[in-house]
Every structure is written in C-alpha cells, then in structure tokens.
Design a protein around this ligand. Structure first.
Ligand SMILES: CC(C)(COP(=O)(O)OP(=O)(O)OC[C@H]1O[C@@H](n2cnc3c(N)ncnc32)[C@H](O)[C@@H]1OP(=O)(O)O)[C@@H](O)C(=O)NCCC(=O)NCCS
Length: 163
C-alpha cells in the first residue's frame, strides 16, 4: 500500500513550458497505457488555442494538474490528474473549481468531459461537483472501454461569482 503525503495547503498556478516533463510523467502514472497521453498529443493540447492548464503544488512538488479548453463557447476538461500519494486531500476538487472559474471568466457556458465508465473515483468526483451523465460513448478508450460523457451548466457558478 502506498504511503500518502501529509496534507499541506496546496497552491495553484498556471502551467509553464518548463513543467512539461513533470506533467507528462504525472499523466503516465495516473492512466494506463493507451489512455494516458503521448508527448506529442499532450503538447498539442497544451498549445491549442483556448486551452489552459492549472497546476497544484504541495510542499514544493507538483501534485496534480487540470487541462481544459474553451471551444467555441463550451468548456471541455481534457484531463484531471492527481498523483496517487496526494489523493483524497481535496486537490482534484480544488483544480476543478479553479478551472470552472477560469472557464466562466473566458465566457464558457458549460463544461463537458469524458470519463471511463469503470473510473468510479472520477465519476464520484464529477457527480459531487454537479456533473450529470449525458450519454455513453462506446469504445471511446479502445475496444470494450466505454466512456460517459458528462456535463455541467456553469450558469449557477456564474451567478455565484457575480455575488
Ligand atoms: C479522480 C482524481 C482526479 C481525484 O482526485 P483527488 O484529489 O483524490 O480528489 P478529491 O480529494 O478532491 O476528492 C473529491 C471527492 O471525489 C470522490 N472521490 C475521489 N477519489 C475517490 C475514490 N478513490 N473513491 C471514491 N470516491 C472518490 C469523493 O467523493 C471525494 O470526496 P471525499 O474525499 O470528501 O470523500 C484522482 O483520483 C486521479 O487523478 N485519478 C487518476 C486520473 C483520473 O481518473 N482522472 C479523472 C478522469 S479525467
């Protein structure tokens, strides 16, 4: 059993090109081969027009990140990754909330994502944050690996931010 890292208040910041290798390795460790991104694919997403990436640092280490994009007025979570030793400390939730806030400020009306139908941890997290299942995409991650398409209307968050 892996030893968790003692919680310290995580800090969020934007991605810098010098973070690339760290993020690539985190993604490799968070997803099985075939689902994790290759270097080229990840660079394409990071450089895409309308994409942004936020990192969570804990005790000086990058503990996780979220990569999202706005296209054209709909937000899309490309990936949300938290290193195993830092999980269940609220870091995934912190990253998701910050990405939603950023999406609202960029004019996104809703956020959508795909998540493996077998990924119970992620599905629980999405639901906890108000995401609802919109449908199933068969074989999204390869033969027999289906995904739920999930989404959340950001209007409620927009009203909250407006106070
Ligand atoms: C899914 C993931 C991002 C969650 O990150 P995290 O930092 O542990 O999430 P949080 O601590 O903010 O958890 C928020 C809530 O999600 C749910 N949750 C998270 N992990 C869970 C698990 N393993 N089992 C059940 N529920 C879980 C819980 O409701 C949790 O609240 P609680 O801890 O108060 O019970 C992380 O497990 C991960 O990186 N997994 C591998 C990559 C992945 O699947 N990404 C998502 C798909 S793109």
């Amino acid at each position: 059993m892996s030893q968790g890292v003692a919680p310290s208040l995580p800090q969020l910041r934007s991605y810098l090109p010098s973070d690339f290798e760290t993020l690539y390795r985190i993604d490799q460790s968070c997803f099985p081969k075939g689902i994790s991104y290759g270097r080229f694919e990840m660079k394409v997403y990071l450089r895409a027009r309308g994409s942004y990436c936020l990192l969570a640092e804990s005790g000086g280490n990058v503990a996780g990140f979220i990569l999202a994009e706005l296209a054209p007025d709909e937000g899309h979570v490309i990936t949300l990754d938290v290193l195993e030793n830092y999980r269940r400390q609220g870091i995934g939730s912190l990253l998701l909330s910050a990405a939603e806030t950023e999406m609202i400020s960029r004019g996104g009306h809703r956020m959508v994502l795909e998540t493996a139908t077998s990924n119970e941890a992620a599905i629980t997290l999405w639901k906890k944050h108000g995401y609802r299942q919109l449908g199933i995409i068969e074989n999204y991650y390869g033969q027999g690996q289906d995904a739920f398409r999930m989404g959340k209307d950001l209007a409620a968050r927009r009203e909250e931010s407006a106070g």
